[in-house]
Design a protein around this ligand. Structure first.
Ligand SMILES: Nc1ncnc2c1ncn2[C@@H]1O[C@H](COP(=O)(O)OP(=O)(O)O)[C@@H](O)[C@H]1O
Ligand SMILES: [Mg+2]
Length: 222
């Protein structure tokens, strides 16, 4: 099973060169994971940051939506959530293929969820973007989303849903949390490159429950 595949970071000799790549000038170290998953609640900035990160690292940017549309991996449309229902098994298989094909060039993959489509694979790390729930609510409001849908996503952000989703699949050593609140995209990408090159794994960056009372927040939003 993929879960028990050898990990080059713990010394699997043959595959090391294909898993790490050179970091652009200015970054503190010279190697970086080849496959970087950018995840987080809708609206946190995954597309903007993911594309910029791909440009900076000379890798290919792809989103879950791109893969689903390009390969017709959906099973219909869910009117309630206003989104396509994806075929998880088919997406997982296709993604593995994309990851394999991009082992040399590298790939930044944007997805708002990790479990059921990604499994623990050598050379795969996840960056979880976090955003202050009030800023997030404002951004989603600007997309004209219904209040209920805004609240569902704010709630997910408050309870660290994306972070735990990534932990569950990849473990804390391959997950990097970045608080994007009040930062320019260029600075966020610099921070991402920095933490990835240090390879120290997760350290806590946000605690929205310390900052906000969910009941009061829901009254502001709903
Ligand atoms: N660091 C940032 N500062 C200001 N606005 C941002 C930042 N990151 C994203 N945005 C804006 O927030 C909105 C959502 O960004 P997007 O990248 O589409 O998020 P996601 O892909 O996570 O849904 C966009 O309008 C984008 O321009
Ligand atoms: Mg996006």
């Amino acid at each position: 099973m993929a879960e028990s595949m050898p990990d080059s970071r713990s010394g699997d000799p043959g595959s090391k060169a294909s898993i790490w790549r050179r970091v652009p000038a200015g970054a503190p170290e010279q190697t970086l994971a080849k496959i970087i998953i950018v995840t987080g609640t809708p609206g946190v900035g995954k597309t903007i940051i993911g594309k910029l990160l791909a440009r900076k690292t000379g890798s290919t940017f792809l989103s879950l939506g791109d893969i689903v549309r390009r390969n017709r991996l959906h099973k219909g449309f869910d009117r309630r959530s206003g989104s396509y229902i994806i075929n998880g098994r088919a997406v997982e298989k296709k993604l593995q293929k994309y990851f394999e094909d991009h082992r040399e060039k590298g790939m930044v993959f944007e997805t708002h969820f990790v479990s059921s489509i990604i499994h623990k694979t050598p050379g795969v790390v996840a960056v979880v973007l976090r955003l202050d729930p009030v800023v997030l609510a404002r951004r989603l409001g600007a997309r004209n989303w219904p209040k209920r849908k805004i609240w569902e996503n704010v709630e997910a952000e408050i309870i660290d849903l994306s972070l735990y989703d990534a932990f569950k699949v990849l473990g804390k050593a391959r997950v990097y949390e970045i608080d994007a609140t009040g930062k320019r995209p260029g600075n966020i990408v610099r921070e991402v490159l920095n933490v990835l090159s240090r390879k120290e794994g997760w350290s806590s960056k946000s605690n929205w429950l310390e900052k906000y009372d969910p009941i009061l927040l829901s009254k502001r939003i709903l």
